[in-house]
Ligand binder design. Structure first.
Ligand code: PGA
Length: 220
């Protein structure tokens, strides 16, 4: 497959640093370097620096992403991670995930602010939409279509419906669209085979290093 593809591992609040490094040392050497495929791992904040180092030392074709960032510049915002600081370690950030919207009160306005912060720091903002009703802020570079019913349930959207949403999103905009929600090594090929889908955002199935390698291999 020659089109642009993103395969993004969203670890959420899982893995200790030790487990995270073991994953990188297992997955890194098994991933082929391909022009059109970007493989991104998104660990917890505390692990970003060590993961980035391990990838550089091993020269692995992996990028590092964050799962969130501050809507503000650096300053008096206790507990927040500024885009300026994160930019040392990450090239992508997941924004507006439904778990953040539902558990942490993240609003569309906050997502818009975060997209701005990411772009100013040259971090690629990946905005999660839960359906076509979710607004996509100006400056979003990538969109993940993640219907709530499909997240962590083993009940993915159909590739045809995901393609329909991706096509609609792309109508008004020059943007890449990935699909997320119960993606695994068995179903990933059917999603990336769709014309308008540029990859996958993988939660649960990305935690197991062997399973994740199989997901990447299914996209070659
Ligand atoms: P899942 O999660 O693959 O475990 O369904 C996807 C996500 O929340 O990004």
């Amino acid at each position: 497959m020659d089109k642009e593809l993103w395969i993004i591992a969203n670890w959420k609040s899982n893995k200790t640093l030790q487990e995270a490094l073991e994953w990188v040392e297992f997955v890194g050497p098994k991933i082929e370097r391909r022009e059109n495929i970007q493989v991104v791992v998104c660990p917890q904040f505390t692990q970003l620096e060590e993961i980035k180092k391990a990838i550089m030392v091993g020269s692995y074709p992996l990028l590092v992403g964050a799962q969130d960032l501050s809507p503000f510049n650096e300053g008096p915002f206790t507990g927040e991670e500024s885009a300026k600081d994160l930019a040392q370690f990450v090239s992508l950030v997941i924004l507006g995930h439904s778990e953040r919207r539902n558990n942490f009160g993240e609003t569309d306005e906050m997502v818009t602010q975060k997209v701005k912060q990411a772009n100013e720091a040259r971090i690629t903002p990946l905005v999660c939409i839960q359906g076509l009703e979710t607004p996509i802020p100006d400056g979003a570079k990538l969109v993940a279509y993640e219907p709530i019913f499909a997240i962590g349930t083993g009940n993915p959207e159909t590739p045809q419906n995901a393609e329909g949403v991706a096509k609609e999103v792309k109508k008004g905009m020059e943007i890449s669209v990935v699909y997320g929600g119960s993606v695994d090594a068995e179903n990933v090929a059917a999603f990336v085979a769709q014309d308008s889908i540029n990859g996958v955002l993988v939660g649960g199935a990305s935690l197991d290093a062997e399973k994740f390698v199989k997901i990447v291999e299914a996209c070659y």
